[in-house]
Write a protein that binds this ligand. Sequence first.
Ligand SMILES: [Zn+2]
Length: 339
Amino acid sequence: MIAKIEQLLQEVAALHASNAEELEALRIKYLSKKGAINDLMADFRNVPAELKKEVGMKLNELKNKAQETISALKEQFECQNNDSEGLDLTRTASAVKLGTRHPLSIVRNEIIDIFARLGFSIAEGPEIEDDWHVFSALNFAEDHPARDMQDTFFIESHPDVVLRTHTSSVQSRVMETSQPPIRIICPGRVYRNEAISYRAHCFFHQVEALYIDKNVSFTDLKQVLLLFAKEMFGADTKIRLRPSYFPFTEPSAEMDISCNICGGKGCPFCKHTGWVEILGCGMVDPNVLDSNGIDSKIYSGYALGMGVERITNLKYQVKDLRMFSENDTRFLKEFEAAY
Ligand SMILES: [Zn+2]
């Protein structure tokens, strides 16, 4: 009986089937009720008691091997069927899920596009800055209240090193190394030491623009502002300028646009005024030009800056600033169609 089992084991190890019918025949031959293995099982009762253990183990080995081999062959056939005969080559491919661009990137790119069409080129600078480029070069006096006004992250061991509070630091870096005409746009992340809430965060994004040349006037600034507002928020958008104060511009103004949500009629978003503030701007203070090696008697310029989060809120009515940095894909997916 052992010899018979050994022989079957060898047969099983070499099993081969070229189609499903052959495989079924093998299954019947070895594994069915009337198959070879069952026959041996029936004979098992005649095996002498002292050999039962050895024969029993061999018989089990044979049964397991035969089952394994036949199911392996079966799987192989199923795979082959899927690969060839079962495959419908005319079926539409499954859609590839695309990621979405972050809403802040969408809006930042849109702002950059508008200014690029006006001849502005992108300038970038470090986020970890020195005091000179963030404050001193931009006309913030040593004891200027603005230095406290913008709660700044200082590095304790190096009081001269700060996380930039505005992208204006890039403007001073460009002015100190180049001469007019200068026409740049500076997008980037900035940091302020603020408590995080739905309307304030310790980091956010700005885009600033700077234009310096001979005979640049407030009229040039106003024209660029109007064009930007119409491109960004629609052709019917109106703008208004309110006098304001920034250390690096004189005169300075803040720009409002007619509320793009209610069309200027008044709604909770614009606090029923019909206007929303979107950016700060002004003529570059002559002190700033001179501090950065540009002769203010020959050249003049304008600067403007806006928060990307603010513009994004206006375009998409995102009510909670924190949504921008929480990486919640449900929120990000809402912008799938936006670019
Ligand atoms: Zn409104």
